[in-house]
Design a protein. Structure first.
Length: 279
């Protein structure tokens, strides 16, 4: 697994950097268009893959969620959060998703499990679409590189936790939920995220992207690492409930798409409000 992580990890980071470079380029070339077009397009590809994996987890519990409704609803919810006035649009999307899930479930006069199917579909759309959509919402007020920094700080926490846990991990964090996570790994996540956050703040000041105080950067490092860890644990809860180790096998060494984006999903709304309040 470590070999594949060392191969595919840098590839995904390079792809992430390229995506945000393209997003920043489009903002300068298409000044009359909303910022974040490349991110919105990427969300339309990435989020449905995660939604399908999530639907399969819920289906493993015997709940008949429809993958197509979950995937389309997830993208619609993310784009709704991306809207300049998102509140009514998000509400409409969630209502339509709920009704569509119920209608699909009873299409063959099957009544048992209707509430579970609607609830499972709404869980997917909320966890991926609504929360993930906050990355798009951030682009209204911040540059592509600030949003990139949020993602890199969050994922650096994952990296710090993985390697510190492998090298020094002795004390289990929540063994019944995630046996491999340790307190030492959590400390490594926080420490590495702080370093990356401080480096991002320095680069932002050096390249005139923004003046972010080092204290704010350190706070973001701690917060994003802890919340990202919670997001990882939240997804572990769903996977353990479904009786699987990984959400899929799309990315060698990492598992599925959901295994890669679980920590940023929970961080996105927190980061949005931290930046909104502090800057």
């Amino acid at each position: 697994m470590l070999k594949y992580r060392l191969i595919f990890g840098p590839v995904m980071i390079a792809g992430l950097l390229g995506l945000f470079w393209l997003d920043a380029l489009l903002e300068t070339r298409l000044s009359d268009w909303p910022a974040g077009l490349a991110l919105a397009a990427a969300a339309a590809v990435l989020l449905p893959l995660g939604a399908i994996e999530f639907a399969e987890l819920i289906q493993a519990k015997g709940v008949a969620v429809n993958k197509a409704i979950a995937a389309l609803g997830t993208v619609a919810a993310a784009w709704a959060v991306y809207c300049p006035q998102p509140s009514p649009v998000v509400a409409i999307v969630m209502a339509v998703v709920c009704v569509a899930a119920l209608a699909f479930h009873i299409r063959k006069a099957e009544l048992v499990g209707a509430m579970a199917a609607a609830g499972g579909t709404l869980l997917i759309v909320t966890a991926l679409g609504v929360m993930g959509g906050f990355f798009l919402a951030m682009r209204h007020d911040h540059s592509a590189y600030v949003v990139l920094a949020v993602m890199l700080i969050t994922k650096s926490g994952d990296i710090g936790a993985y390697f510190t846990g492998r090298a020094l991990g002795r004390h289990k964090l929540i063994p019944f939920l995630s046996p491999k996570k340790t307190w030492e790994g959590l400390a490594g996540a926080v420490g590495f995220a702080i370093l990356v956050a401080l480096g991002a703040a320095w680069l932002a000041r050096h390249y005139d992207i923004g003046d972010y105080p080092l204290g704010l950067a350190a706070l973001c490092g701690v917060t994003f690492a802890l919340v990202g860890h919670a997001g990882d644990l939240m997804m572990s809860l769903f996977k353990r409930d479904a009786g699987v180790k990984d959400s899929g096998a799309t990315i060698p060494g990492f598992g599925g798409v959901l295994d890669v984006i679980d920590s940023p999903l929970l961080v996105a709304p927190v980061a949005y409000w931290v930046l909104h309040v502090a800057t």
